[in-house]
Write a protein that binds this ligand. Structure first.
Ligand code: FVH
Length: 287
């Protein structure tokens, strides 16, 4: 374990991570490419490094919270020698392939590497509801968990460094499709003079209650038997009424039409009597 952490990258998120470490009493060194972002952190006890190399050499755990995969290489490639024998936790958002590439790069350079995906916005860091996903070195995760836990609930997915990122992006995909569903509903009622705020008041409890259906869908998907009794059939929930009502309101049917396309593909393949979870097959096997 360490009581010293260096945070490289003081954007909104890097600053929040460094701040949480300072609050927890860790000796914290910070560095940012563009000077002038460390003032508040320094006032609260951080030490500002003049260069990325200085931050790496400060000792202890090195944390990267930069813009993207390219910026991680830009900062750390010239420092691979300095990082050898040290530990890098990279919470920059990268794709699974990019996370794996960075893990390979680190392994070649003798750097212990853990990849992270942050499921929080900066003001949530260190608060209830903040969740950070990790994969890569189990040893790094176990050793530094007390540090990582300062940012939010830490979950480890295994040695494949791409897994945390895959979960991160899959959860974000679910979120964006849900948001699009909410916005579609708001657009449907808008021509009737209903404000988005009024619609939100109805949508929040409804959509929250509907997440209770995830477990049932998951059981059917994992079991691989979409004929399980008690499900509403695809033919019954073919979404014709929803698409027609959207068109009648004069709005785009693209969002709801997308779901209907996934349903139709299964009906056309002879699975109309099976449950909604069957659209997993439409997604798994692109048309
Ligand atoms: N902010 C959020 O809500 C999300 C939540 C989920 C996870 N993300 C990811 O976290 C990474 C950092 O995000 P951020 O919000 O801190 O981003 P910015 O405020 O835009 O700061 C970016 C920092 O990266 C530095 N930087 C950019 N390019 C380079 C480079 N080539 N070399 C060195 N540093 C670079 C930038 O420095 P500067 O522009 O101030 O000089 C900032 O420190 C990110 O992956 C999110 O997807 C946050």
């Amino acid at each position: 374990m360490t009581d010293h952490v260096s945070v490289l990258g003081l954007g909104a998120m890097g600053s929040a991570l460094a701040d949480a470490l300072l609050k927890a009493g860790y000796e914290t060194t910070v560095w940012n490419r563009t000077p002038g972002k460390a003032g508040d952190l320094v006032a609260r006890g951080a030490r500002e490094a003049g260069t990325a190399g200085e931050a790496v050499r400060a000792g202890g755990l090195v944390v990267a919270c930069l813009l993207d995969h390219a910026s991680v290489h830009e900062v750390f490639d010239p420092l691979a020698g300095e990082l050898a024998g040290r530990t890098l936790v990279n919470v920059t958002t990268t794709s699974p392939a990019q996370s794996r590439e960075l893990a390979e790069w680190a392994a070649k350079a003798g750097i212990a590497y853990l990849d992270g995906g942050i499921m929080a916005v900066p003001h949530m860091i260190g608060q209830e509801g903040s969740s950070i996903l990790y994969s890569g070195s189990a040893e790094v995760f176990e050793t530094y968990k007390p540090v990582l836990d300062r940012w939010g609930a830490s979950t480890y997915f295994g040695e494949d460094a791409g897994l945390a990122s895959l979960y991160d992006l899959a959860l974000l995909a679910g979120m964006y499709v849900m948001f699009a569903g909410f916005v579609h509903g708001a657009a449907m009622v808008a021509p009737a003079g209903v404000s988005a705020r009024e619609f939100a008041a109805m949508a929040k409890p409804w959509l929250s209650a509907m997440t209770g259906g995830f477990d049932g869908f998951a059981e059917v998907i994992d079991g691989g038997d979409y004929t399980v009794a008690g499900q509403q059939s695809l033919e019954f929930s073919n979404l014709n009424d929803l698409v027609a009502a959207s068109a009648d309101q004069g709005i785009s049917t693209e969002v709801i039409g997308m779901v209907q396309t996934l349903i139709r593909r299964q009906i056309d393949a002879g699975h109309g009597a099976e449950g909604f979870a069957r659209i997993f097959e439409s997604i798994r096997q692109p048309a």
